[in-house]
Design a protein around this ligand. Structure first.
Ligand SMILES: NC(=O)c1ccc[n+]([C@@H]2O[C@H](COP(=O)([O-])OP(=O)(O)OC[C@H]3O[C@@H](n4cnc5c(N)ncnc54)[C@H](O)[C@@H]3O)[C@@H](O)[C@H]2O)c1
Length: 275
């Protein structure tokens, strides 16, 4: 697959992975709409790219606005080739400290935001007979790390949604890729800390000590689209964590307690269940 001349929408394009995706797509010759709830951030991304790129304000929690963004591209170009449902937030910390408003916000952005992208783009791609939907989940969609309960819940849902959709979509000409990176070097690592959460230190400690490069991830994602892969896990060392979570989920859970529970750090044998 060549990306030259393809029409793409990227959500959460004002920062981090979304901005890197826009750079990679632009370099590959695609027409990319860089969207973000933060208008000036979306504009900053688009203005660093070729004149093919443009910026748009888009809050992914607004289903009508996501539909309008897709309709706008289809109105101008006659088609939409690539829909990147990438916008996301994180809350890290003790689950009892999360308010219902925080729960609703993360569900609205991380899960409903993806649903809105699928509802808007998938029927159009079916009409075209081709296209690709790319959902940014996380390693937290494959392994359930503590102190990330709300994030893990939304990202597991995005993995399930993507795999189920893929089984229907691929036979009808539409690709679906779910992206599951471990820590990537973006501003999100320093956001969303609640209570005693260690933020960046926690992510790096639990995920190999080093954050992956966002531009490298974007290039990996384009290659995975070309190969019509189902799941992209990066960096490669994260495959071990993925395998461990699948083969020994209870052991994985015990290990997670060592990172998250102060009680477990003091007395692991008392805090860990026998499951
Ligand atoms: N960086 C990591 O370590 C990492 C790892 C795994 C998965 N992810 C996922 O990658 C995606 C991108 O995250 P990032 O690391 O680039 O974070 P980031 O904070 O750098 O960028 C997220 C962008 O999403 C935008 N956004 C937030 N709410 C929005 C909304 N309602 N509508 C539209 N845009 C909104 C923000 O303005 C921001 O520009 C997220 O889904 C995140 O969960 C990140």
């Amino acid at each position: 697959m060549s990306f030259a001349g393809k029409h793409a929408i990227v959500t959460g394009a004002g920062s981090g992975i979304g901005a890197a995706l826009c750079r990679a797509l632009d370099l590959a010759g695609a027409h990319v709409v860089c969207t973000d709830i933060d208008r000036s951030a979306a504009e900053a991304t688009a203005s660093s790219l070729s004149p093919r790129a443009r910026a748009a304000t888009l809050d992914v929690t607004d289903a009508g606005a996501v539909q309008a963004a897709v309709d706008d591209v289809v109105g101008r170009a006659g088609r939409l080739d690539l829909m990147f449902n990438n916008a996301g937030i994180v809350w890290g910390g003790e689950t009892e400290l999360l308010t219902l408003d925080q729960w609703n916000a993360i569900i609205d952005i991380n899960l409903r935001g993806v649903v809105h992208g699928v509802v808007a783009a998938y029927p159009q791609m079916l009409r075209q007979g081709d296209g690709h939907i790319i959902n940014t989940a996380s390693m937290a969609g494959l392994a359930a790390g503590g102190q990330l309960t709300s994030y893990v819940a939304t990202k597991h849902a995005v993995v399930g949604l993507s795999m189920a959709l893929r089984s229907e979509a691929v036979p009808r000409g539409v690709g679906v890729l779910v992206v599951c990176p471990a820590a990537v070097e973006t501003p999100i690592l320093d956001k969303g800390a609640v209570g005693s959460f260690g933020g960046r230190d926690y992510f790096l400690k639990t995920q190999g000590g080093k954050a992956y490069d966002a531009d490298q991830l974007a290039r990996d994602i384009l290659r995975a689209i070309e190969r019509n892969k189902a799941i992209l896990v990066k960096p490669t060392v994260a495959h071990a964590q993925w395998l461990f979570a699948r083969l020994a989920p209870v052991m994985m859970n015990r290990l997670s307690m060592r990172f998250t529970s102060p009680q477990a750090k003091r007395s692991p044998s008392r805090a860990v269940d026998s499951g």
